[in-house]
Design a protein around this ligand. Structure first.
Ligand SMILES: NC(=O)c1ccc[n+]([C@@H]2O[C@H](COP(=O)([O-])OP(=O)(O)OC[C@H]3O[C@@H](n4cnc5c(N)ncnc54)[C@H](OP(=O)(O)O)[C@@H]3O)[C@@H](O)[C@H]2O)c1
Length: 313
């Protein structure tokens, strides 16, 4: 009988306990980085999120690396990342559904002027108001039409919004207008009352949300960043909000996480800030995903969702 493949978990402190039960039943030997003794050449697979730079190249016999998140920028930012080893990102229906829920919720909070009604309730004021703009005339644009952008676009379309998406390649989604490539970015931006960023973080998309881009949005646009903090120049956002060009923003991700207590983003009156919780990977779903992936690799099959190293996502 062939030996059980060895899977090294590289997880933030305290996360390991969620994995012990789902992984224990499997035909895989689990080792926790920093807790269990192992020799580097024993490790067949790694599961992690943001491993310390330079570490993965010290494991000479790795067959595959599984990312705990949909985003893999935390791996590729390592200059010594072993690019010959397949890197598999986490793609899961539940994760896409929860991301779409978060996006829809924050579009609706702004569209339905929810914060004004919350203030009125605290003051016991009966203040009725109509929608500032009819739903079908409210244009929602999504930067990034991959696994998550696609689900969010369909949910928003079904609620009656005028939805469009921007991606590298053109998409055919019923009732959703598709813009593709750098040449169509300005036309896309010019028709976004809401701009949602759900792009992967790559050298091409880093700091894409900046003063120049904001200037191309219609006055009063609302920005939602649920992708990565590295997409946004935070100072540029504050300037665009303070000048009145943008009406508000929802941020779930930040250049430096956790967001420092002193950051002006916490208390800005036009910003809703959440601590990277738009969707949190379920340990049970991820354990199933990784174990199925390892079993398939051990049978010699090629896996889905392998990162394309030339594209960087
Ligand atoms: N806040 C959270 O809790 C949370 C949770 C999960 C994920 N995320 C973030 O969400 C990101 C997206 O996840 P996903 O699963 O939807 O990714 P995905 O399936 O890889 O989709 C990426 C999309 O971005 C487009 N794109 C990439 N580079 C581009 C460029 N230079 N110009 C134009 N379009 C470009 C791709 O275009 P093509 O379709 O043409 O290739 C694709 O439509 C992740 O990388 C992660 O950072 C955040």
């Amino acid at each position: 009988m062939s030996p059980r493949p060895k899977l090294l978990l590289i997880l933030p402190p305290g996360w390991g306990r969620y994995w012990e039960e789902p992984l224990a039943a499997a035909n895989v030997r689990m080792l926790r980085d920093g807790q269990d003794p192992y020799a580097p050449e024993e490790i067949d697979y790694v599961l992690g999120f943001r491993p310390r730079p330079g570490f993965l190249k010290t494991l000479p016999k790795l067959k595959a690396i599984f990312s705990l998140g949909a985003g893999i920028d935390g791996f590729l930012s390592d200059p010594d990342f072993p690019k010959h080893v397949p890197l598999i990102r986490f793609v899961d229906e539940t994760l896409s559904r929860e991301m779409a829920q978060y996006i829809v919720m924050h579009v609706l909070i702004q569209h339905r002027d929810e914060r004004t009604f919350q203030t009125a309730q605290r003051e016991a004021k009966w203040r009725q108001a109509m929608l500032a703009r009819p739903t079908e005339e409210t244009r929602v644009g999504i930067l990034g039409m991959g696994e998550i952008g696609f689900v969010a676009a369909r949910r928003l379309r079904d609620l009656g919004f005028a939805v469009s998406g921007w991606s590298r390649t053109r998409k055919e989604i019923d009732g959703v207008r598709s813009f593709a490539g750098g040449g169509e970015l300005d036309a896309f931006l010019g028709q976004c009352d809401f701009l949602i960023c759900i792009l992967p973080l790559t050298p091409k998309t880093r700091h894409i949300l900046n003063t120049e881009l904001f200037a191309k949005l219609p006055r009063g646009a609302y920005v939602i960043n649920v992708a990565r903090g590295g997409h946004l120049r935070e100072g540029d956002l504050i300037a665009a909000l303070d000048s009145g060009h943008l009406s508000g923003a929802t941020l779930d991700v930040f250049e430096h996480e956790p967001l420092a207590e002193t950051s002006p983003l916490w208390k800005h009156p036009k910003i809703i800030a959440t601590p990277h919780i738009a969707a949190i990977t379920s340990p049970a779903a991820a354990a199933r995903y990784v174990l199925d992936g390892i079993a398939a690799m051990e049978r010699g099959e090629t896996l889905k969702n392998i990162v394309d190293m030339t594209r960087g996502y």
